[in-house]
Design a protein around this ligand. Structure first.
Ligand SMILES: [Zn+2]
Length: 212
């Protein structure tokens, strides 16, 4: 999938999800039952939230659709990473961990790591949405919380993929199944930081904040 197709597929999915959430909010205002589809997606991704969360969710989806997906810089990073790349240490770690993509909000781009980005072909638009949530919202940046899924990028990715009709990959499925009992997958995703020398602890912290 070309990058522009990936963006377009992500935008279509976001728009579909947005329209369904909008319809549900209207139904709710009219004191009608909201669609089963939205109810189920909400329950799967945000089990502790009720329908009063829908307007907030709608706003967040709209922000990602308008402000991130169409314009965020996407940098393809291949191995070996260029020696002059200021984020080389993060990229090399990500590639080693087989991460398909990572958000670098402070540097204003999302990294796409070959070959793992390419091997995740069917899920690229979902991964882009996931990274976009990390990128845009600082409270969704640091980790994939199982206790508060409103700060977990997987939850947003799952909600939008379900309502927007894009495929759900194994990692996401694992996360959603358990929102989230699958500790193994969470560990992989949360532990991009390997122990480094003490002087690199700050880099580790930064890495943990940005790289997932
Ligand atoms: Zn993530």
């Amino acid at each position: 999938m070309s990058i522009s197709t990936t963006r377009k597929t992500a935008l279509d999915a976001l728009k579909k999800a947005e329209d369904k959430v909008k319809a549900a909010i209207i139904q709710q205002r009219k004191k009608q039952a909201i669609s089963k589809e939205v109810q189920e997606a909400l329950k799967a991704s945000f089990p502790k939230k009720n329908t009063s969360f829908l307007p907030i969710l709608l706003k967040r989806i709209q922000l990602i659709r308008k402000n991130v997906i169409p314009c965020v810089k996407l940098n393809k990073i291949t191995n070996p990473v260029s020696k002059t790349d200021p984020d080389r240490i993060f990229h090399e770690y990500a590639i080693k961990q087989k991460v398909p993509a990572a958000a670098f909000p402070k540097r204003r781009y999302i990294a796409l790591y070959d070959p793992h980005w390419t091997t995740h072909k069917p899920y690229q638009s979902g991964i882009l949405i996931h990274e976009a949530f990390h990128y845009y919202f600082d409270f969704i940046r640091s980790k994939h919380s199982t206790t508060n899924t409103t700060i977990n990028a997987y939850a947003y990715q799952g909600f939008i993929a379900t309502l927007g009709g894009i495929p759900i990959g194994k990692t996401l499925k694992g996360n959603l199944d358990s929102i989230m009992l699958n500790k193994h997958i969470l560990d992989i995703c949360n532990e991009y930081v390997a122990p480094m020398s003490p002087s690199q602890i700050d880099i580790c912290k930064e890495l943990k904040r940005t790289l997932d």
